[in-house]
Design a binder for this molecule. Structure first.
Ligand code: GDP
Length: 303
């Protein structure tokens, strides 16, 4: 996991600590570092920022090499990563659900097809059940063939109810019915699936806007596939401009050998990664923590 970005950091560290280097050599190593980051899905802006920040931090320290240089470099890397991932880990969903005065707490999921939205909804439902919060799922993706059946299957496995209409029905009407039902039954959380056509599809975006305007959810999560690379930043930008969301569910992290999206998306959007999905099982979903991402990138801890 995150091998590409991890290697960029470890190569830079090795280059600096193994021998005394000139300022010119440091520049060259930082340039290699920047390129490696970009190759591994880090945005150009974030790669450049890191490289420039390290240059400022390391220039003085490099000249006066001591046996502590390794520690100093590791600290510098860690501090800069903490800055980059500033918002991640700050969104406490459980606390928000529990502190809402009236039930239900309503969550809308956005994301293009194939990113892992349906799976993420099922996993979040499982996660909430473990916290003794019951949910219902609204099948508001009334567009993609099979979307309703896929959710029904998960709901059956998880022992929760779904609210559905026919394909082609209004997504907002489905969501509205689900919220009403949850209110009547005293259910804690409503999880609303939405259609996942391309982020450039104007009709889809209008439908999403309407749903959010009418339902006024307590949270909107954008589901982003960490394997998508640069396109995930475009999705994040368009959905932010057109619909708005509170944070990300970053999926397929278990299969991500690069790591750049986890590293850059918070800085680029100023929105937190709220959950990380890392496998095919219902319990392969965890609360996103800054330290966890940093440890993976700097090579501390195991997978
Ligand atoms: P949707 O179209 O966005 O609803 O996507 P799905 O939930 O149907 O998932 C698309 C594919 O990605 C499926 O084959 C899932 O099994 C797979 N998938 C979803 N989440 C993860 C994950 O965290 N890790 C891995 N490795 N695969 C995932």
């Amino acid at each position: 996991m995150f091998e590409g970005v991890k290697k960029a950091f470890s190569s830079l560290k090795e280059a600096i600590i193994t021998k005394e280097i000139t300022e010119e050599e440091l520049e060259k190593h930082l340039w290699d570092f920047e390129l490696k980051l970009i190759e591994n899905n880090v945005t150009i802006e974030v790669a450049r920022k890191l490289s420039e920040d390290f240059k400022k931090e390391l220039i003085g320290k490099r000249i006066k090499r001591t046996e502590k240089i390794e520690k100093v470099i590791e600290e510098t890397f860690k501090n800069k990563l903490e800055e980059l991932l500033e918002n991640t880990g700050n969104y406490d969903l459980i606390e928000k659900i529990k502190s809402k005065k009236s039930k239900p707490f309503v969550i809308v999921f956005l994301g293009v097809n194939g990113v892992g939205k349906t799976t993420a909804i099922a996993k979040l439902c499982y996660f909430l059940k473990k916290k003794n919060l019951n949910c219902i799922i609204a099948c508001s993706d009334t567009f993609r063939a099979g979307a309703i059946e896929q959710l029904e299957l998960h709901a059956k496995n998880l022992g929760v109810e779904v609210v559905k209409h026919k394909y082609g029905a209004s997504p907002t009407a489905v969501a509205f019915d689900a919220v009403q039902l949850a209110y009547k039954k005293g259910i804690d959380v409503v999880l609303i699936d939405t259609a996942g056509r391309m982020q450039t599809d104007k009709d889809l975006l209008e439908e999403m806007k309407k749903l959010v305007r009418v339902i006024q959810p307590d949270a909107v999560f954008l589901v982003v596939d960490s394997l998508t690379g640069n396109d995930s930043y475009k999705q994040a930008e368009i959905f932010a401009k057109e619909v708005g969301y509170d944070g990300f569910i970053l999926t397929k992290v278990d299969a991500d050998e690069k790591g750049g999206v986890a590293l850059s998306i918070t800085y680029e959007t100023k929105k937190p990664i709220v959950f990380i999905s890392h496998g095919m099982n219902y319990d392969d979903l965890m609360i996103a923590k800054r330290e966890w991402i940093i440890n993976k990138i700097l090579g501390y801890g195991s997978d």
